[in-house]
Write a protein of this length. Structure first.
Length: 201
């Protein structure tokens, strides 16, 4: 090897070593959060297995503590149990509360359910403006089937209602470029006045 190649090789090895040290420090810093995330995910999957086996009460008992700690998947799943009366007494208001908390974190299935619930006045006041907002946000998150509900909502709206809904969607997108308000806000209770207070935010 020529002296230039040996020098380049040594510089390359030093760069790789620094990169590996930095990566190890980053992984170590993230380890507690990652471990908690892993435990939540593993527990959520246990709840999902129970749900798929028809053990709704077990799924509820697994998802409830996770939902209370702010896990959006568990909040959405708990909401579904309440909405459909699986393992619990049917309660559309409780379903709306849990869907709302998950929706604030950008969980698209919850946003889609809120769209339908506001369209039908199911557990929440009928509000076409919020229905359209939640439909649109759920589609941003990948819920393709929400487009049919959005079309139904839009067919019932006035121009002024549509304009207001588009303003809310634009404001949400500008304030939450990642689609969610974050875990701290999501751990807060739903507005006391119901989901209509989301419009005032």
């Amino acid at each position: 090897m020529s002296p230039v190649s040996v020098k380049s090789l040594c510089q390359c090895r030093a760069t790789i070593a620094r990169t590996l040290v930095a990566a190890c420090i980053a992984v170590a810093a993230l380890a507690p959060a990652s471990a908690e995330t892993f435990v939540k995910a593993e527990s959520f999957v246990k709840g999902l297995s129970a749900f798929n086996a028809g053990d709704y009460a077990i799924a509820y008992s697994i998802w409830r503590p996770l939902a209370e700690r702010g896990d959006a998947n568990s909040q959405s799943s708990l909401a579904y149990l309440f909405h459909e009366g699986k393992g619990v007494r049917p309660d559309s208001s409780a379903a709306a509360k849990w869907y709302y908390l998950a929706a604030l974190q950008g969980e698209p299935t919850s946003q889609s359910f809120l769209c339908k619930m506001h369209l039908n006045g199911d557990g929440v006041p009928r509000d076409l403006v919020l229905a359209l907002m939640w439909c649109e946000l759920s589609m941003d998150g990948g819920e393709r089937w929400a487009s049919a509900t959005r079309d139904r909502v839009m067919s019932k709206m006035t121009t002024a209602e549509r304009d207001r809904a588009w303003e809310l969607v634009a404001r949400w997108r500008s304030e939450h470029p990642d689609g969610a308000v974050g875990t701290a806000a999501a751990n807060q209770p739903a507005p006391a006045g119901g989901l209509n207070e989301a419009r005032a935010r």
